[in-house]
Design a protein around this ligand. Structure first.
Ligand code: GYE
Length: 320
């Protein structure tokens, strides 16, 4: 080969190019994420956190909204497998029924990370990590607040109505159990009605209307598994001519801004915090898994309890 000036220049340019793009530069990580839906303020904040963290990290996020339907999540996961994403993450609508599709992901060697809600599977190797709150503890915290309230208010019998989250969802099951476990210590506290309102405002209002119709003034306390259902119920209580937060004591979970506003207005008595800002931890965990680093099987989020008395002071610090 005759070496000319031109070939030399060409070779130099090729070397310069190769130096600018190091051979080890990985292609951007692709994560397929199946979200529960858009049922609550909590969920909106959770989605924003995940999208935002992915963007900041330069991660290619394939986002699918399941509209609270398990079958949609199964479909989304199968499509992520077919697209050969690097990591699949999802927040399972319900706890059971995941074995088959998770086995498909495992056979395809795609790691699965659970966020927010847990699954019940016989084989824990079907997912690599679960990032989320301790929902049983949240239920207990709600129960402890009520035990305390009852004690400070003459230890009278109190009739409780409960608005449950989505049937079969981990937070609905666990928040119910945690609360029941704690209030069992005081036999004067009785749950007289308990029904699902699917974590939404509209259903919270509807079911509370039905409770008020059948139980009327017998109701002393409302325990709602999330703030949105409590906010819907507040409307029903006001429309029935009663004062929420006074005639009916209201306890809920999440700690979204809407709850702090309701507390400031004296219509909600306490909210137990559940942090939706899981995005940065999810992205970091996904990156670690792909890099072959060990990741914790369970990542729990630290949370507090906010009674109405601190609402005005805390509201400006709230991030969701
Ligand atoms: O409390 C509720 C949402 O799974 C923790 O789902 C989440 C729950 C949250 O709809 O508002």
């Amino acid at each position: 080969m005759i070496i000319t000036r031109r070939t030399l220049l060409g070779a130099a340019a090729a070397i310069a190019c190769a130096a600018a793009i190091p051979a080890f530069a990985a292609k951007p990580l692709t994560i397929g994420f199946s979200q529960v839906g858009a049922e609550s303020e909590w969920r909106t904040a959770n989605t924003a956190s995940i999208k935002d963290a992915a963007k900041k990290a330069g991660v290619n996020l394939k986002f699918a909204d399941a509209q609270q339907q398990q079958q949609n999540q199964v479909k989304a996961i199968r499509s992520f497998i077919a697209q050969r994403v690097d990591v699949i993450a999802f927040s399972p609508v319900v706890e059971t029924g995941w074995e088959t599709v998770l086995r498909e992901a495992k056979n395809a060697k795609i790691p699965v990370i659970l966020t927010d809600r847990a699954v019940k599977v016989s084989d824990p190797s079907l997912y690599v990590s679960f990032i989320g709150s301790d929902f049983v503890e949240e239920g207990r915290r709600a129960g402890r607040w009520l035990l305390d309230y009852a004690k400070k208010n003459g230890d009278k019998p109190l009739n409780i109505v409960e608005l449950q989250g989505t049937t079969g969802a981990a937070p609905a099951i666990d928040r119910k159990n945690g609360f029941a476990e704690v209030i069992a210590a005081n036999p004067k506290l009785k749950v007289i009605r308990s029904q699902t309102a699917d974590f939404t405002r509209a259903k919270g209002k509807e079911v509370m209307e039905a409770f008020l119709k059948s139980e009327g003034k017998k109701i002393n306390v409302l325990y709602a598994h999330n703030d949105d259902m409590a906010i819907g119920a507040i409307q029903a209580i006001e429309e029935a001519g009663l004062k929420p937060g006074k005639d009916i004591i209201i306890i809920s979970i999440d700690g979204v801004k809407g709850a702090f506003e309701a507390m400031k207005a004296g219509k909600l008595n306490v909210t137990v915090e559940c942090n939706p800002l899981l995005g940065p931890t999810l992205i970091q965990t996904a990156q670690d898994v792909v890099a072959g680093k060990p990741v914790p099987k369970r990542i729990v989020v630290n949370e507090g309890v906010f009674p109405a008395e601190v609402a005005a002071k805390e509201l400006p610090n709230r991030k969701y």
